[in-house]
Design a protein around this ligand. Structure first.
Ligand SMILES: Nc1ncnc2c1ncn2[C@@H]1O[C@H](COP(=O)(O)OP(=O)(O)OP(=O)(O)O)[C@@H](O)[C@H]1O
Length: 551
């Protein structure tokens, strides 16, 4: 089965605020402080015992004395501020450039290929080796120092952003096509919130690299900054001041990192937990409710519904696999066609072609309406239910349903989504997060998302395959009720012969690249437990098991 799996994100920022224990973790603070305190003690003892000459290892007392002196004269603050300004401005420039390029390239591999030799060369060349050139081109002012910081922090941001955006884009590509999302909608609703962990990790790493590049940048004819302070003190054999400079860089780096991490956590929580930021779901007004309900329970006239006609349909994948080469059949209008077949025979491939998610290599799909139908020229509205629910975990239940109908005006969208949730019995859970739902509920949300589109053609790819037997039976019954009230042309892919018999008005078996028709049980009331149903089930099972051995 090639249906995409739901996206579960794991990254450096997975410790969301609500999962953290509130209050200060004193144990954690003590654990972190223990090693530095031990080092400080060892340093003090080694210096007092004169294990090394004071020029090599001044005592901590002398270092803190020098720090106090530099603080008093304002020297330390002046140099720290100059360094901080360089790090922040260099980082902002590099982050802006890196994010711009990552967003430009993540869907355009050819553009990235065009720039790849230049970018790769820059990535492997140590920025400090460019110092002579930078001085030559940019002089000895601030520009070359900034350039070193920018070059050092660019790649962590760029590479993390590019790879996380690409991973999210690939994972949700079919989803985006199935619901006809525009590139802007994909970016806003899926790619940025989905990749936010990777984006923030890259920014954090980049900021760390900017600090590390600082000293190198301040070796270039600087008259201020912690790098300059260290260099100047070193030339005057003031090791204590060198220590002050290095410790200040470490402290400022850690402080910036903590602030950055807190800010990133807050930002990520805002981006991903839209639930807490969007107004709570309010019940529709009575007038709108009736309109929405009418819309959700939109009952397409059976006369208008299209049949799905496939003609000489063939698909050959680039590797040479060809599940079928010339399929011809009609899935009748307003009826449920259950499609069975052994694993790997091409059921999902066929459904994707009908959905327009994959192009056939031969033949075509046509949606045929009865002559005289008012909607003869229209492409039908298609709803797709994937095997897994494919819910965006940064959106609430109702927002997930809305993703299927983003083309609908905002005022109507919420009402239609709520009405569709009502149809699947989840109106009360509209404001819940996907992670709060059971597997069956999540699948019903996926069903509601397809129903909200008022589909004339409903394509379902093993929609109940991952559920336990009880939930599956309950959902099959609900599905049958919904389909009885709202006729649609349905193509249902399933591995479950009983499901095919229960739900199918038509039954097809895809075997050896051919579609074989099995006569379904004509009376829906008999499909659940009638003798005819049992005999049909047995016959289909025998047919499926009688083929080649399972792979
Ligand atoms: N993108 C692809 N590239 C190459 N081969 C593919 C691709 N997608 C599917 N196939 C191959 O095409 C054949 C049919 O795959 P498909 O997913 O349609 O089978 P299926 O009948 O839905 O299987 P299952 O019931 O196990 O889900 C398989 O051999 C599969 O390996």
């Amino acid at each position: 089965m090639t249906t995409p799996t739901p996206f579960v994100r794991k990254d450096d920022f997975s410790t969301s605020p609500e999962k953290r224990p509130s209050g200060v973790d004193l144990g954690g603070v003590a654990r972190r402080a223990l090693l530095p305190l031990l080092i400080l003690l060892a340093w003090y003892l080694a210096a007092e015992a004169r294990l090394f000459p004071p020029l090599l290892l001044p005592s901590p007392v002398r270092v803190f004395g020098a720090a106090a002196e530099l603080l008093e004269t304002g020297e330390l603050a002046k140099h720290a501020a100059a360094s901080l300004a360089r790090v922040v401005s260099g980082f902002l420039i590099s982050a802006a450039a890196a994010l711009f390029l990552a967003f430009l390239f993540y869907r355009r591999r050819r553009w990235e290929e065009g720039a790849s030799i230049v970018l790769e060369s820059l990535r492997v060349v140590p920025p400090l080796s460019l110092v002579p050139l930078l001085i030559l081109w940019l002089g000895i002012g601030e520009a070359p120092k900034l350039a070193i910081v920018v070059l050092s922090s660019f790649f962590p941001v760029y590479l993390n952003a590019l790879s996380s955006l690409r991973a999210v884009e690939a994972r949700w590509r079919e989803y985006a096509r199935a619901f006809e999302l525009t590139p802007g909608e994909c970016l806003r609703h899926i790619h940025v919130p989905g990749a936010i962990g990777g984006l923030l990790t890259g920014l954090r790493l980049g900021f760390g690299y900017a600090w590390r590049a600082l000293i190198g940048s301040e070796l270039i004819a600087a008259a201020s900054g912690l790098g300059y302070l260290i260099e100047d003190a070193s030339s005057m054999a003031r090791t204590d001041v060198v220590f002050v400079g290095v410790l200040t860089i470490a402290l400022l780096g850690i402080l910036c990192d903590v602030l950055f991490q807190k800010g990133a956590e807050y930002f990520e929580a805002r981006m991903r937990r839209t639930k807490s930021l969007t107004p709570p779901v309010t019940p529709p007004t009575s007038q709108n409710a009736s309109h929405a309900a009418a819309s959700a329970s939109h009952k397409a006239s059976e006369h208008d519904l299209p049949a799905v006609r496939i003609e000489m349909l063939g698909k050959t994948f680039p590797g040479g696999t060809a599940p079928f080469e010339a399929l011809t059949d009609t899935f009748p209008a307003g009826r449920v066609t259950a499609l069975l077949g052994r694993s790997g025979c091409g059921k999902t491939t066929l459904l994707k072609i009908v959905a327009g998610l994959s192009a056939p290599t031969a033949g075509c799909v046509r949606f045929e309406r009865k002559a005289g139908s008012g909607a003869a020229a229209l492409r039908p509205a298609i709803g797709i239910v994937f095997q897994s629910p494919m819910l965006l975990d940064w959106k609430t239940v109702v927002e997930n349903v809305e993703m299927g109908i983003l083309h609908v005006p905002e005022t109507e969208r919420r009402e239609r989504a709520l009405a569709a949730l009502d149809v699947v019995g989840l109106g009360e859970r509209a404001d819940a997060c996907p992670e709060e739902l059971s597997g069956g509920m999540a699948q019903r949300v996926g069903f509601a998302r397809a129903l909200a589109r008022n589909p004339e053609v409903l394509l379902m790819d093993e929609p109940f395959g991952a559920l336990d037997a009880l939930t599956r039976t309950a959902l099959q019954r609900r599905c049958r009720t919904i389909l009885a009230e709202r006729p649609m042309t349905v193509l249902l892919i399933t591995h479950d012969v009983r499901e095919a018999v229960r739900l199918g008005d038509e039954i097809r078996i895809l075997e050896a690249g051919r579609l074989v028709t099995e006569p379904a049980v004509s009376d829906p009331a008999e499909r659940e437990a009638g003798l005819e149903a049992a005999a049909l089930e047995e016959r289909i099972l025998t047919r499926l098991l009688g083929g080649a051995s399972l792979q």
